[in-house]
Design a protein around this ligand. Structure first.
Ligand code: ZN
Length: 466
C-alpha cells in the first residue's frame, strides 16, 4: 500500500512536470473550487471562535486552532513564533446621545481601539464639527477648548478604489485625538469609515502619539446615519450637548504568537516565499473578511500546492500574523527574526483586503520583476483575474521589503469591503464560499509561478547559482 502511494505520488509529480502552466492553474482552481478547505476553516474561526482581538482568549484559541489544522496538512514544519502584543479591552457596550430642543436622540457609537474610557458616568460637552485638521487649527483653542471634536469628513464616493477613499479619511480616526488635544478638546467623535449609510459604528486603531497619559481624551466612532443626524442638528442648534460613555481599558502587553507552516524547497531551501494574512481581528464582528479570509486562503495555498502535486523549489511558508490591527507587532517580529536568522525572503504575498471576488494583485517590486508578472497575465484570463498593477502589498509583509524582493497584495473587488470593515457585520454570512475559494486559487497560482520562474535581481540568487 505504501509503495502504491509512492508510485502514485511519483506519477503525479512527473505529470506536473510535463504539464503546461495553463494545466497547472486549471488543476489549482479545480482543487480549490471542488475540494477547498478555506470556507470550512473560516466557519470555525468565525463561528466557533469569533472576534480575535490581540491579547484576547479568542486570539489564543485561533493560534491553537490554526496551528493544529496546519499540522494536519503534512507540511515539513509548523511552529509558533512568540511575540508580545498590546491588550486593549472594550468593556461594556458604549452608549451615546445628544440633546437638542429638550429632545434626546440616541446614537450608535463604539470606542476606537486604544482609546481611554470616559469618566465613569460618561462625558457631556458641546460639539464642534470639522472636516479636517486644517479647520481645527483655524478654529483654534478659543472655539475648541472644553468641547468634543466631531470629525465628519466622509469617504469619497467617486473613488473606484475604495481603499483610496479609506486612505483619504482614516487620519481623522488615527490621529484625530492627538490633533484635538492640542486645542483643549475633551473628547473625539469620528464619522465611521463606511461608504454606506447605516447604523453601524466602525472601530479601528487610534493613537495618542507621545502625549502623556494625563492629556489623553476618549475617542469613539459614530455610524454614518448618526453622523448625518448630528451634523443636521448642529446646524440648527450649535449649542447642543453630546453625551457618551465607554469603559474600555489598555492593559500591559501579553505574550501571543505568529503561526507559521513551511514546505521546504527542493532546490533553494534557504530562499523563502511567504503567503499570509492576519490572525487577529477587531472585536465587534467575528473578523471574517478582516482578516479571517486572508488567513484561511493563505493556509489553503500550501494545501493546494500539495494537493496539486507541486513540489516547490523555494521554501514556501504560510505566516498567520498576530496584531496587525493595533500594533503590527507580528509583522515586525517576523521580519526581525528573518533578518536575525539571515533568511532571504524573495517573495511575500498578503491577503488582507477581504474575501470578495479576486481581481488580481498589486506589486511592490522592480520594473524587471513587474515585467515578468505581466508576462503571466494571460494565464489568469480564464479566471477573470485582470488587475496587475504596481502599488502597495500588505501591512504585515511590508517590513520584509528589500531593494530586490517582490511584495504583493491580493486585490479582491473592494466595493462592499468598507460596508463590513471593523464593524459588527464583519461576519461569516458576508463571505461567499466561491469568492473565497477563487481568491485562494489565485494566490496559489501566483506562488506557483514565482516559485517556478524565480525573482529577478536577487543578489543572493546570483551568488547561489555561481
Ligand atoms: Zn486587515
Amino acid at each position: 500500500m505504501k509503495q502504491l502511494t509512492i508510485i502514485l505520488a511519483l506519477l503525479l509529480f512527473a505529470n506536473i512536470n510535463a504539464q503546461t502552466d495553463q494545466d497547472v492553474l486549471k488543476t489549482i482552481y479545480t482543487q480549490s473550487l471542488t475540494n477547498g478547505k478555506s470556507y470550512q476553516w473560516l466557519d470555525h474561526l468565525s463561528n466557533k471562535i469569533g472576534g480575535r482581538l490581540s491579547g484576547s482568549e479568542n486570539a489564543e484559541k485561533a493560534v491553537q486552532y490554526t496551528k493544529s489544522e496546519l499540522e494536519k496538512l503534512g507540511l515539513d514544519k509548523v511552529w509558533l513564533q512568540p511575540v508580545m502584543v498590546p491588550k486593549w479591552v472594550r468593556g461594556e457596550k458604549e452608549v451615546a446621545h445628544f440633546i437638542t430642543n429638550s429632545t434626546t436622540i440616541n446614537v450608535n457609537i463604539c470606542a476606537l481601539g486604544g482609546s481611554i474610557a470616559t469618566p465613569k458616568n460618561g462625558l457631556t460637552a458641546k460639539v464642534i464639527e470639522v472636516q479636517n485638521f486644517e479647520e481645527l487649527s483655524v478654529l483654534g483653542e478659543e472655539k475648541i477648548k472644553g468641547k468634543i471634536v466631531f470629525y465628519n469628513r466622509p469617504m469619497q464616493a467617486d473613488l473606484i478604489q475604495t481603499f483610496m477613499a479609506y486612505g483619504g479619511c482614516v487620519n481623522q480616526r488615527y490621529a484625530g485625538a492627538m490633533e484635538a488635544i492640542k486645542y483643549g478638546a475633551v473628547g473625539v467623535i469620528v464619522r465611521s469609515m463606511n461608504l454606506r449609510q447605516d447604523d453601524l459604528p466602525h472601530t479601528g486603531s487610534m493613537s495618542y502619539g507621545d502625549l502623556p497619559n494625563n492629556q489623553h481624551i476618549p475617542s469613539a466612532a459614530i455610524s454614518t446615519n448618526d453622523a448625518d443626524k448630528l451634523s443636521e442638528a448642529l446646524k440648527k442648534d450649535s449649542n447642543l450637548k453630546f453625551y457618551f460613555k465607554q469603559n474600555c481599558q489598555q492593559f500591559d502587553d501579553v505574550l501571543s504568537y505568529n503561526v507559521i507552516g513551511e514546505i521546504t524547497g527542493t532546490e533553494f531551501p534557504n530562499q523563502y516565499m511567504i503567503v499570509g494574512g492576519h490572525l487577529d481581528s477587531w472585536d465587534l464582528g467575528d473578523g471574517s473578511h478582516d482578516d479571517g479570509a486572508g488567513v484561511v486562503q493563505s493556509m489553503d495555498v500550501l494545501r493546494l500546492l500539495k494537493e496539486s502535486g507541486i513540489k516547490p523549489k523555494h521554501s514556501i511558508r504560510v505566516v498567520l500574523f498576530m496584531n496587525e490591527e493595533n500594533g503590527l507587532r507580528g509583522g515586525k517580529k517576523y521580519a526581525e527574526e528573518a533578518k536575525a536568522n539571515k533568511e532571504t525572503h524573495v517573495f511575500a504575498l498578503e491577503s488582507d483586503a477581504g474575501g470578495f471576488t479576486p481581481r488580481g494583485f498589486s506589486f511592490d517590486c522592480s520594473d524587471a520583476n513587474f515585467e515578468k508578472v505581466l508576462s503571466w497575465k494571460s494565464l489568469f484570463k480564464p479566471y477573470l483575474i485582470h488587475y496587475f498593477e504596481k502599488g502597495g502589498s500588505g501591512a504585515d509583509v511590508g517590513p520584509l521589503k528589500t531593494t530586490s524582493n517582490v511584495l504583493a497584495g491580493l486585490r479582491p473587488d473592494s466595493q462592499r469591503y468598507f460596508d463590513h470593515h471593523h464593524a459588527a457585520n464583519d461576519t461569516f454570512d458576508a463571505v461567499n464560499k466561491r469568492e473565497l475559494e477563487l481568491g485562494a486559487a489565485t494566490m496559489t497560482s501566483l506562488i506557483y509561478l514565482f516559485d517556478k520562474y524565480g525573482v529577478d535581481n536577487i543578489p543572493e540568487v546570483k551568488e547561489f547559482k555561481n
